[in-house]
Design a protein around this ligand. Sequence first.
Ligand code: DQA
Length: 182
Amino acid sequence: MAEKLVKGPIPHAGTGAANPRQPGRIKRFQPAMAKPIYVLNGPNLNLLGTREPEVYGRETLDDLRIRCERKAAALGFPVTFRQSNHEGELVAWIQEARTEGAGLIVNAGAFTHTSIALLDALLACTVPCVEVHLSNIFAREPFRHHSYISKAVKGVICGFGATGYELAIEALASTLAPAKAK
Ligand code: DQA
């Protein structure tokens, strides 16, 4: 088949998306997609909505995901939102966020109070991290007052329920903004 000759600059590979505003023209430049904010949730958080609602509220994990995606989208970030009941899986995801993420929000659930493995993974994480808890862990049983992972994060938000996740995204985005502007 004969090749069609097109006048003008050669469309750049991978950026030749159709331009809806000017049909027939090729859109040549697209802003680079920001890396995602990772939101990692630890054990038992899959039960949100039905698990001790007087402590953790009635919103489900899916409701939290939607809140995070909306808040992050408004600030220009996609979200990678995950939950696991397994410590090793959380370690692997923190390691992934280190290279694939813009930043990391972690609610490590009960591993917060037990896991040196999560602390070490977060210490190795070069992107900014925020620790979140739905409940105010300091107003609860003494064993919840100590967090192994706080040493490795930029800040901690606790006690604001689901809103805390949105606050964490705002906080993270504000620490990332200067880097984005460079
Ligand atoms: C939690 C607090 C932890 O103490 C508890 O083990 C959880 C949830 C919170 O979000 O309030 O599972 O991290």
